[in-house]
Design a protein around this ligand. Structure first.
Ligand code: AMP
Ligand code: FE
Ligand code: FE
Ligand code: ZN
Length: 291
């Protein structure tokens, strides 16, 4: 493409619809500023920000793909599944996402109770205010602790109090990876396994890659070293999956600042994903609403 910049896509990021700090429109604006051709907004357990991001992207000439990130669990391993191209108005899908968000609220309440029992004066009202309309997550609890001066940073809150196994940590119900993938399929989307290195167990990653349920594997992610990237890229290739990339940007107040654009794939990768979606659509997956 003589002298032209390569068309690039970043397929994993968050907005204020979950635990990111850019609004969905700001997400699109920042992607435009970086010269990205396409992005996907993949908020935790919600597609509430997608329509706004698509509209803002349309105005600026950035293609925005509907996305979501679901948390699943297998044994002790946490497995995040990205969904792309779902029908964001599908009732069964929206109902299931709503249940997950209720479960997030219940779990945040439990963490606030634990914190209060430990002597930290934080309130659920404040946590809800911080989250606004967004899907509640631990980063919102962390911010409530930070503004009261109980921790030095969001990361500090995770390390000392609300990280997995920490004194104020509470579990929440999580589906297994297959259920998360089926839910995405039931809304007409395709599934990609997010940041496989964070699963912490390549046997699970391999098994899911072999299952025939995934369209892609997120080989490039900010938490992946060059070595991990290579390993997962080869794994994707072995299983005929699209190797995708996502920065997992949580906006300017995220763990390490604005990450958007740090992990990208050439636009052709998005075309390959779209083709996988079109192929999947032709053998239309059964409507399999998760209960
Ligand atoms: P939750 O979905 O409520 O379990 O919270 C998980 C979210 O917290 C992730 O999506 C990240 O945005 C954030 N997070 C996880 N670990 C850390 C950490 N060590 N420091 C800061 N943020 C984190
Ligand atoms: Fe997050
Ligand atoms: Fe994730
Ligand atoms: Zn994410």
């Amino acid at each position: 493409m003589d002298g032209e910049r390569e068309r690039a896509a970043d397929l994993h990021m968050h907005s204020t619809a979950s635990d990111g700090s850019f609004t969905p429109a700001e997400v699109a604006a920042h992607a435009h500023k970086l010269g990205l051709t396409a992005i996907s907004l993949t908020d935790h357990d919600t597609v509430d920000g997608v329509a706004e991001a698509i509209q803002a992207g349309r105005d600026l000439g950035v293609e925005v793909i509907p996305g979501v990130e679901l948390s699943a669990e297998e044994g002790r391993a946490e497995v995040h599944i990205l969904g792309y191209f779902m029908d964001i108005n599908q009732e069964g899908f929206l109902g299931a996402l709503n249940e997950f968000r209720q479960e997030r609220i219940r779990r945040a309440e439990q963490m606030v109770d634990r914190l209060r029992a430990l002597g930290y004066d934080v309130s659920m009202e404040r946590v809800r205010e911080i989250a606004g309309d967004g899907s509640i997550g631990r980063p919102h609890v962390a911010r409530a602790l930070l503004e009261k001066g109980y921790v030095n940073s969001i990361q500090d809150a995770f390390q000392r109090l609300i990280g997995r196994g920490g004194p104020a940590y509470a579990e929440r119900y999580k589906m297994n990876p297959e259920q998360a993938i089926h839910l995405i399929h039931s809304a007409g989307g395709i599934a990609v396994l997010a940041h496989p290195v964070l699963v912490g167990n390549d046997e699970i990653v391999e098994r899911l890659c072999r299952s025939g349920l995934l369209a892609g594997l997120e080989a490039s992610h900010v938490e992946h070293t060059g070595k991990a990237y290579k390993r997962y890229q080869q794994m994707a290739e072995r299983h005929g999956l699209v190797a995708t990339a996502g920065s997992d940007c949580h906006g300017p107040r995220g763990k390490t600042g604005i990450l958007m654009g740090r992990c990208t794939v050439p636009y052709e990768c998005l075309i390959a994903l779209r083709q996988a979606w079109e192929r999947a659509g032709s053998d239309s997956p059964p409507v399999d609403t998760f209960s």
